[in-house]
Write a protein of this length. Structure first.
Length: 246
């Protein structure tokens, strides 16, 4: 059974974490396959215009598979730098809008996968967090970055130091995810959003993603917007859109 499934409906691709018997916890080979899958999406002849990432079997992902791990033997740096981080960067750097649909457990590296996406939608009863402190290790998978970026230093520190878990609804209330839905509505809402994005101006969205990820302060953002907009005005989407507007 393939641990990472890829399906496609028109211009929308779904990347499915597929180890439901392990709550979609990923082994080194699974992280590697996730990276390869994301990289392939950016190279297809018929372009994908939006990517939806989800988990199979009622879980998003329990993160890295630590079953049987021995701290005295496991090379944590090699595992993270050679397998986990490249997969997360492949998601983050993909020049296509990405959505995570989070149901059930979304912890540790699973939370890192979700937060590497542009937009995170969650079921009200999803279980989100990173309780690494309970097993004597530290947060990784980009957790320090996205918690600080979205919630600020003091809230990020509180979550990290306490190992607090929260529901999808609580994650929405604190601004960690974009929306929270009833569990039976989540996937339909995520697919509808993916289709709406896929119907939009591909080049403009890719440019916006670059600005969001790469621009620094206000002046730099203004300059980047001007440069990107100049390129967008030369695209077919812009020509058709402006003609329709006029």
């Amino acid at each position: 059974m393939t641990s990472i499934l890829l399906t496609r409906t028109g211009a929308v691709a779904e990347v499915v974490l597929n180890r439901p018997e392990k709550k979609n916890a990923l082994r080194n080979a699974d992280w590697q396959l996730l990276r390869q899958t994301m990289e392939t999406l950016g190279e297809e002849a018929e372009p994908v215009r939006c990517v939806l990432v989800r988990g199979e079997g009622g879980s998003f992902s329990a993160g890295h598979n630590l079953t049987g791990a021995d701290a005295r033997v496991l090379d944590a740096q090699e595992t993270i730098t050679e397998y986990v981080n490249p997969a997360l960067l492949a998601i983050r750097d993909l020049g296509i809008p990405t959505i995570a649909a989070v149901a059930g457990p979304c912890v540790g590296g699973g939370l890192g996968i979700a937060m590497a996406c542009d937009i995170v939608l969650a079921a009200d009863d999803a279980v989100i967090g990173s309780p690494f402190r309970n097993i004597g290790i530290m947060l990784d998978a980009g957790g320090h970055y996205f918690l600080r970026d979205r919630l600020g230093h003091h809230k990020a520190a509180q979550i990290i130091y306490t190992g607090r878990m929260f529901s999808g609804r609580e994650a929405f209330d604190m601004g960690l995810v974009c929306e929270a839905y009833a569990p039976d509505a989540l996937l339909n809402e995520a697919r509808a959003l993916a289709q709406r994005i896929a119907d939009g101006p591909t080049a403009a969205f890719a440019a916006s993603k670059r600005v969001l990820l790469e621009a620094g302060g206000y002046a730099e953002t203004l300059a980047r917007e001007a440069g990107e907009q100049a390129k967008i005005f030369k695209t077919t989407d812009a020509a058709e859109g402006l003609a329709a507007f006029n």
